[in-house]
Design a protein around this ligand. Sequence first.
Ligand SMILES: [Zn+2]
Length: 420
Amino acid sequence: MESESGALEDAVSAGVNRLCLDLGFMTRAVMTLGRMIEPDYDGYHCDGTSLVFGSDWILSRQSSEPNLIPRSIAHSILHCILGHSSPTNDPLLDLAEDIVVGYILDSLDVPCIRTSGRDDRMYAAEKIFKNAGSPVPKAMVEVLREASQWRITDYMRMFHVDNHRGRESVSDMGWSELSKQMMVEVEGFSQKLEGRSDALLRILRIRNRRRHDYRAFLRKFMTRRSSIRENPDEFDYIYYSYGLRMYGNLPLIDSVEYSDNPHVEEFVIAIDTSGSTMKGPVMRFIEEAFDVLRQSGLGNGGSELHIIQCDDEIRSDVIIRNEMDMKSMMGDFHIMGGGGTDFRPVFRYVDGLRSDGALKNLKGLMYFTDGMGTYPETRPEYDTAFVFCDDGCRERQVPPWAMRITVDTDDLMTDSVKHD
Ligand SMILES: [Zn+2]
């Protein structure tokens, strides 16, 4: 017995060494974790502080899977680094997390983590990412929910590694800090990996992107005193230097001048309903926008928020003036559309409202979209921002008169409205 457990410990140590040799950027994370061999346990998990190997699990698999241990350790480390820590996930969320991690490992493709079936896994994962619009587990679950049971079973066979029920979700245990450090190290390591770390970097960037950027944007956009048209310097100061496209390490400029006397009047949020725009992120964005009005004291009759749904024609225009309006809209919100993408009808419609006097002091229009559409040729007489809700990895071209921000579905879906 003694010699068997010694042999298992040696096998684990050898796996750790191989992993650190092939993927140096994982060393720090590996070293923060304890290692345990549990007798009579046919499973493997990481609770966030230790790697727990079942003796039966190693013995029954090791001979057919020579990279079992290093690959499994790398799998657990990526879960920790990416914040996958809940022991009580919906099984589809567990699966989505395993797909993300499996895909990163298959993309890295260094010797110690290679396992058979790589092409099939990568093909399946890429298809799911594409349909979800993002390699983010919460978005992927929506896609997996549509899949047949046999396909889910097949995905589980392909991607399952560790027992997620053994996790400890009590706290972050320093993993978010390690995640940032790893991102820096992977960037330094990326030349050696010749592009194979792109998937990891892309997913780490999503994980480490500064949260609440879209909130900061909403605050800036909705509470500034004058139009950027009248004051181009302000445009440069707030928006241009702000980056417009935000990856998290750009400084957020908080201007006292604008925050002590916010001036909010009429706003339009246009929602492009042509593509795969999802209800959840849209509702969250609207909630946040209303929260900005509420916080600035104008959320109760002092302002109007038009929520316009449009694909290639106007589908609805709901006006929100107060908390009651907001509640009733949220209670009965559904996406209407499915036609082609054209941004112009909204601008024509809004121009009509302005000339009728229905809109008297339009301060700005935010167009919430997940894709490319036809832009108006001329610059509108109000500030316009295109809010792209997608994976944050595509460069969108917008006309020079428009602002552009990219928000992450995951940010919109996991954050709750904060009342500062
Ligand atoms: Zn897993």
